[in-house]
Design a protein around this ligand. Structure first.
Ligand SMILES: [Fe+2]
Length: 191
């Protein structure tokens, strides 16, 4: 189940809100310009190709593209394995967007499988959205945020873009991301 945790940015020890209520999550994120919704999950093979994922969710993806004007869609995925190459890939992938940054474009994601945490810092608060399979979330352009996929990442995720270069990360240089509960810690919160 999706988990939203909200803190004051100056106090990472005590959340001001923590909920798994989808309606409350949507209502809390909506004023930030964040679109949050859920899609019904479709059957996918064990290691789905990009074309398979895009075909399975064609109707939903077309609707998002029509509503938001996206012109590019792709699928990124990582699957846990005991292969040492996975450990290296996982660490590199996790580190890439673990520091606070923003983009000139919206960052929309659908999780077809697995999970990940988007942390948004807006007006003195930090909003951590622990997304699970079925979740669709948008981080508005220029919103400072970071993303944690955890130490054993697993996801199949659809990404939406307006153009080729809108999704370059502009890093803020803040170390705020190191202070708040990680993916692994939030994954351990009782259901
Ligand atoms: Fe980002």
């Amino acid at each position: 189940m999706t988990l939203l945790t909200v803190w004051d940015e100056t106090d990472e020890t005590t959340p001001v809100l923590q909920t798994r209520d989808a309606a409350l999550i949507g209502d809390t994120l909506s004023p930030l310009g964040v679109r949050f919704s859920r899609w019904e999950l479709k059957e996918l093979s064990a290691t789905p190709t990009q074309d398979e994922v895009l075909a399975a969710y064609r109707t939903e993806i077309d609707a998002v593209n029509a509503a938001q004007g996206y012109t590019l869609v792709d699928v990124v995925s990582i699957a846990p394995s005991d292969d040492p190459a996975y450990a290296e890939l996982a660490a590199t992938a996790r580190q890439k967007f673990l520091s606070e940054h923003q983009h000139d474009d919206d960052e929309d994601r659908f999780f077809a499988r697995g999970s990940g945490v988007f942390y948004l810092r807006v007006e003195g608060k930090v909003y951590a959205v622990f997304c699970e399979a079925g979740d669709v979330i948008s981080v508005p352009e220029n919103t400072t945020h970071w993303f944690d996929m955890g130490t054993r990442p697993e996801y199949v995720s659809v990404r939406f873009f307006h153009d080729d270069d809108g999704w370059v990360g502009n890093f803020t240089g803040s170390d705020i991301a190191t202070k708040f509960a990680t993916y692994d810690e939030l994954a351990a919160v009782p259901a």
